[in-house]
Design a protein around this ligand. Structure first.
Ligand SMILES: Nc1ncnc2c1ncn2[C@@H]1O[C@H](COP(=O)(O)OP(=O)(O)OP(=O)(O)O)[C@@H](O)[C@H]1O
Ligand SMILES: [Mg+2]
Length: 633
């Protein structure tokens, strides 16, 4: 999943020509120990290291030593490495415009050497010995060392006490140093990292390989929970976005945190803080995460280096995209696609939703529920009814009631769901009550309704509890969005128009927005100067209260003045409508209706969250239940 890393072959270190120096973003490179750590680890990665060890004393203030097994620096180039504007990584403006390495300015070692006691120990493969360069005296002497480089930085800011005073406690500086290595570690699962502080190993992340390398590294660095509570992102491998690839993991809405401390963005392997990327990621969560909670994610953007400028900030933490809209769209779609797939499906396949193999997610993304004929509400609204509802009844015979003969009102309104529910789960027999069928459906077989609010169902993992209003609201909402995208919210005339006493503003809004109302599948006309009549409502919402629906839509329209209401407030409008159309608490549902809802949830994008970002269902596993009853202890 990660792009293979092959370091560029080593070139001699040269001083950059003046005209190139003037092109490079200049400024403060070292603010604190963590900045030194960042620069030295960058250098080790550029040298093709596969193992990097960071040793610190006093939070890095007394000592930072970064040791690597990269290709080293030849003896005669050691003094040049400490010179300003001396680099082996670029040599021309063209190369500056397509940087593929972490470093390119030839500044870091010079800047560090000017504010601390530096020493470089290095050995290249074909040299008989390693050499140590004393940064203060310029002396070089042979030492023992295997191939690779160690840079030692002692007594940071020793000659500038004023700056040293700005440093925080050792513990804080240490935490920043660890953060800095962590960011590198998340970008390079193929490299092993170790951090020692005061002689104690504080972090160690072993090199990982294979298809699961990134997941393994994410779990090692951010914790197992990050993996179990996130979804694979993989976008742009096809022709859909030839310029930009995005991969990684996006946390499920439930995993969102109070702080934005688990949001990692990388561009071509470089950790960046970029408004375009964070905004794109945030907007992908718009429809499933409300309030001030911060989503968690690790996103890796790969883009042609000529399309992104890394030379904008002295610490290279910011980048500038040539076409930021393109990148915004790619990231937004990447995360949106990942979040859209209902997780029940993947949970059933392999335990935790998030641990689903990449192929499973990719498939779900490639073939969204909408593209399947059974869910094509617009066209097959009428044809899919009748017999399929009867099939549904046969499959899900209610155990106690006798209502099976009449098609459930629910399924009547949702032909897609009826058709889907009628499809047998793989390996299941049509015999009612057989456990195999319950196990084959990701959200299981409905057992009962609880307190008029929850649906209880049984699946392979145990008990599923569904908030029926919340779940149905999302299904109706997604259906309306889909229909509106197709410019076709199917409208159903009411046999008897529903009239209501309207305020002058409601009458005015109904007149002014007749077209918008029509697009939304509503027909509201004045009956008398003070009365409005609802003559048609969207077919999906026919069971709801027509007057309530009309009133709230008119209220929203009045709020969002102007002719582009639908474009600007589309989702709010549809969410309001969905809320009125969704089944209310305390409505008794038959088992068929409950099962139809479960099947709909399995097929509806974003159905794991209601329109307000709350979860719509929870799994209580048999293991959870056993623990509750102290079984097997
Ligand atoms: N760990 C290392 N292994 C091998 N070569 C190194 C190592 N660290 C530094 N060098 C060499 O020293 C040169 C100077 O390093 P320095 O970090 O100052 O500049 P840079 O990496 O080229 O650019 P930047 O200032 O953007 O980091 C590098 O170009 C590289 O050739
Ligand atoms: Mg460097």
């Amino acid at each position: 999943m990660n792009a293979p890393h092959s370091p560029a072959p080593r070139r001699p270190i040269r001083e950059l020509p003046d005209e190139l120096i003037s092109q490079i973003a200049a400024g403060e490179v070292v603010e604190r120990p963590a900045s030194v750590v960042r620069e030295l680890v960058d250098n080790a990665l550029d040298a093709g290291a596969s193992q990097i060890t960071v040793r610190l004393l006093a939070g890095g203030v007394r000592l930072i030593a970064v040791e690597d097994n990269g290709f080293g620096i030849p003896r005669d180039e050691l003094p040049i490495a400490l010179k300003r504007h001396a680099t082996s990584k670029i040599g021309s403006l063209h190369e500056l415009e397509s940087v593929g390495t972490m470093g390119f300015r030839g500044e870091a070692l010079a800047a560090i050497n000017s504010i601390a006691d530096c020493a470089i120990l290095s050995r290249v493969a074909d040299q008989s010995s390693a050499f140590l360069l004393d940064g203060r005296t310029g002396e070089i002497r042979p030492v023992a060392r295997s191939t690779g480089t160690t840079v030692e930085v002692k007594e940071l800011f020793f000659s500038t006490p004023a700056r040293r005073k700005f440093l925080k406690t050792d513990a804080t500086e240490l935490a920043h140093c660890i953060d800095s290595v962590r960011r590198h570690a998340l970008a390079r699962p193929d490299v092993g990292f170790a951090i020692w502080h005061e002689g104690k190993l504080v972090e160690q992340w072993r090199a990982c390989s294979g298809a699961q390398a990134l997941d393994q590294r994410l779990a090692d660095v951010l914790g197992e929970d990050f993996i179990t509570e996130s979804i694979v992102v993989d976008y742009g491998t096809s022709l859909s976005a030839p310029g930009v690839r995005v991969w990684g993991r996006a946390g499920i809405p439930d995993a969102a945190r109070a702080r934005a401390d688990h949001q990692f963005c990388y561009v071509n392997g470089r950790y960046v803080r970029d408004k375009v990327l964070t905004h794109a990621a945030r907007s992908a969560y718009e429809d499933v995460l409300h309030g001030h909670k911060q989503p968690v994610y690790a996103l890796y953007v790969e883009i042609d280096p000529t399309r992104v400028d890394v030379n904008v900030h002295p610490t290279k933490i910011e980048v500038r995209f040539r076409d930021s809209r393109e990148v915004h769209q790619a990231v937004r779609h990447a995360v949106e696609n990942a979040l859209a797939a209902p997780r029940a499906q993947t949970a059933a396949q392999g335990g935790v939703a998030a641990a689903a193999p990449l192929a499973g997610i990719a498939q779900a993304v490639a073939a969204p529920a909408w593209s399947q004929p059974a869910m094509n509400f617009g066209a097959s609204e009428t044809s899919a009814r009748g017999h399929e509802v009867r099939d549904l009844g046969a499959l899900w015979q209610p155990a106690t009631t006798t209502t099976a003969a009449t098609p459930p009102a629910w399924a009547e309104r949702a032909p897609g769901s009826a058709a889907l529910a009628a499809t047998q789960p793989p390996g299941a027999e049509a015999t009612p009550g057989r456990d195999t069928s319950a196990h084959a459906w990701p959200l299981g077989r409905a057992l009962a309704q609880l307190q008029g609010i929850y649906i209880l169902a049984e699946n392979a993992q145990g008990l599923v509890v569904v908030d029926m209003h919340a779940a149905h609201e999302r299904i109706v909402y997604e259906r309306l969005k889909h229909q509106l995208d197709l410019q076709h919210i199917t409208s159903q005339p009411l046999l008897i128009p529903a009239t209501f006493a309207a305020t002058p503003q409601e009458v005015a809004t109904a007149e002014a927005h007749a077209d918008t109302l029509h697009t939304l599948g509503l027909e509201v006309t004045s009956f008398s100067p003070k009365t409005l009549a609802v003559r048609a409502v969207p077919a999906t919402l026919v069971q709801g209260d027509a007057v309530e629906l009309a009133r709230s839509v008119l209220g929203e329209l009045a709020q969002h003045e102007g002719s582009t209401v639908i474009e600007r407030a589309r989702n709010e409008l549809l969410a309001t409508m969905a809320c009125h159309g969704a089944v209310r608490a305390n409505r008794r549902l038959t088992l068929e209706e409950m099962n139809a809802l479960l099947r709909d949830m399995e097929q509806t994008e974003r159905s794991d969250q209601c329109n307000h970002g709350r979860p719509t269902w929870r799994q209580v596993t048999v293991k959870d239940l056993d623990a509750l009853f102290l079984r097997g202890r």
